[in-house]
Ligand binder design. Structure first.
Ligand SMILES: [Cu+2]
Length: 139
């Protein structure tokens, strides 16, 4: 009887893992760009293949400490900015972010208007609060 209960629990647990494995989160994420803000905070922009592209895409924003552990950030915003170039006006493409089950990890979507160099402007509030920007390139 005890072993049957154990098996049932194990199956339920496996299903839970399977259900969570299909999303954008997970260990298979690759880093697009990251910045060490201070000894206690590194900000990483990630996605499935580690490449930012022109157009609509999924994106993950992650806050970790010097040891790679999650940092408790309750709210974050991510905007991609391209300064005016010649006759082309300045562009701003904000990402929509939502919290995940992991502290300091946000999933979202962004639609970039063109390939080229974008400044990822990030603001965050929580255990650490502030603003930073990371240079990225969309292909
Ligand atoms: Cu541009």
């Amino acid at each position: 009887m005890k072993s049957l209960l154990f098996s049932t629990t194990l199956i339920a647990f496996s299903l839970f893992i399977a259900a969570c494995g299909g999303g954008a989160t997970g260990t298979s994420m690759k880093t697009i760009a990251e910045k060490k803000v201070n000894d206690n905070l590194t900000v990483s922009i990630m996605n499935a293949d580690g490449k930012l592209k022109n157009g609509e895409q999924d994106i993950t924003l992650k806050f970790t400490d010097g040891s790679g552990n999650p940092v408790e950030i309750e709210a974050a915003a991510l905007n991609f900015n391209m300064p005016a170039m010649g006759s082309m006006a300045e562009m701003n493409d904000a990402a929509t972010l939502t919290t995940t089950g992991t502290p300091g990890e946000f999933n979202g979507k962004v639609s970039l208007q063109m390939a080229g160099e974008w400044q990822a402007q990030i603001s965050y509030e929580g255990k650490e609060s502030g603003k930073t920007s990371i240079s990225t390139t969309a292909y």
